[in-house]
Ligand binder design. Structure first.
Ligand code: MN
Length: 433
């Protein structure tokens, strides 16, 4: 459902929001947590507009937000989005509507409520109690399965159950944080025993994250028809992965230290409401695939459960940086092609009574498409190193090297709507200690 906040004709008095390439026009209004550069204050919630941040607390104190929006804004005087996420959709909608009115052309220009985004420190937007990672791209699952089991790439449960594992919340970092190459147990297939050494097969995974809203009490599942009431919004996720650690450790209990050394998130959470003009049908299951079990099935989710969101991965090596060369794009993929919807993942997660709490992060799993240029990890792009990538300046890559910077971007574009973006999810690989 769209409303006047999505009107493509809306403009803002913040000039930078009117640039055609702006990720954060007035139709977007994503939420994040920032620390003021030169004030010794607690971090608090802001809204991105162009290249500025609206300080929600300052707007409330100036009595520019009334009623339900003021109550929602009170929850923004916090070092995380959790209190706002806990309030639920009615409050989110009221605050978005009030912020939209405040920032529109024609409203009084209040530059005193803004600060430049480049001057602020942007933090992980929520206090993430639990982080779970799914495996929702059938193309990713087929690619990776095919490398390890050429005769039987897709395991028999894949099309029945949204596969996931419990990730590590403590090592989720905001975009821009350098990522240290991990050490771990590596075992060469030809060797008799493992060694403990810096990972050699360091990789990224291009993913979309969903932040949980109110959530559910322990023991009470979330029906599929209510799943989206519990999703506050989406961000970009880089699920850094050490493939050599993973290969040795993953059986029988799944990934552990291969992934828990770092996960990067983009700092701005694009709300589900902002994404309303860009909803798409869920992935159309090919004839012969099983229908989802009834608890994962809903006509509305089938018709509108997807997101028309384009995702990209860019790389800039140390040599490219030192030579003044810009990043190059490795991948461009579509989130709409995921086998399971976010609503199905969330409902499945809570289906055994597991309680999801405000600020929990659910990631989609690597977003890979059918074509080679839409593969969301280096493992798939280079086919485990068999087909190295050639970069400008003569460098090649099978996996990430120290000094490589990985940059993920995402945007929604559709005729009749203003383009909105997710900003960046960026991280540079540091050498192992
Ligand atoms: Mn992953």
């Amino acid at each position: 459902m769209t409303n006047d906040t999505h009107d493509p004709a809306l403009t803002s008095w913040v000039a930078s929001a009117e640039r055609p390439e702006a990720d954060f026009p007035i139709q977007n209004l994503p939420f994040g947590v920032f620390r003021h550069p030169d004030r010794d204050e607690m971090p608090r919630v802001g809204v991105a507009i162009g290249d500025r941040i609206l300080d929600v607390t300052a707007a409330r104190q100036a009595e520019l937000l009334g009623g339900t929006a003021a109550r929602a804004a009170e929850a923004c005087e916090a070092p995380s989005l959790n209190p706002l996420m806990a309030l639920g959709r009615e409050h989110w909608r009221a605050l978005r509507a009030a912020v939209s009115r405040l920032l529109r052309s024609g409203s009084p220009q209040r530059d005193d409520l803004l600060l430049p985004m480049e001057a602020a420190q942007l933090l992980v937007p929520a206090d993430i109690g639990d982080y779970s990672d799914f495996y929702a791209s059938v193309h990713h699952a087929t690619n990776v399965g095919g490398m390890f089991r050429p005769d039987n790439p897709l395991l028999p449960n894949y099309k029945h159950v949204p596969i996931g594992y419990h990730g590590r919340a403590s090592s989720v970092v905001p975009s821009g944080t350098p990522v240290r190459r991990p050490r771990g147990q590596l075992k060469d297939p030809a060797a008799d025993a493992p060694i403990f050494a810096p990972a050699r097969l360091l990789d990224y995974e291009l993913e979309v994250g969903a932040f949980v809203g109110p959530g559910n009490p322990l023991g009470r599942p979330i029906p599929i028809g209510e799943a989206e009431d519990h999703i506050f919004g989406l961000c970009l996720v880089n699920d850094w992965s050490a493939r050599d650690i993973q290969t040795w450790e993953y059986q029988p209990l799944g990934p552990f230290l291969a992934k828990s050394f770092a996960t990067t998130v983009s700092p701005w959470v694009v709300t589900l409401e902002a994404l309303a003009p860009f909803r798409s049908p869920a992935y159309a299951r090919p004839a012969g695939d099983p229908a989802p079990l009834p608890y994962l099935e809903s006509a509305r989710d089938r018709e509108h459960g997807g997101f028309d969101l384009t995702l990209e991965v860019w790389i800039r090596t140390r040599a490219m940086r030192e030579g003044g060369k810009p990043p190059v794009r490795l991948t461009r993929g579509a989130f709409a092609g995921m086998y399971w919807t976010l609503a199905q993942m969330l409902t499945h997660h809570a289906s055994n009574g597991c309680n999801l709490r405000p600020g929990d992060l659910i990631a989609s799993g690597t977003v890979s498409g059918e074509t080679k240029d839409s593969r969301g990890s280096m493992l798939e792009l280079t086919w485990r190193g068999a087909e190295p990538i050639e970069l400008p300046g003569g460098e090649t890559r099978k996996f990430l090297q120290d000094g490589d910077e990985v940059i993920m971007r995402g945007a929604c574009e559709r005729p009749g709507a203003r383009r909105i973006g997710f900003g960046e999810c960026r991280g540079e690989v540091l050498p192992a200690l």
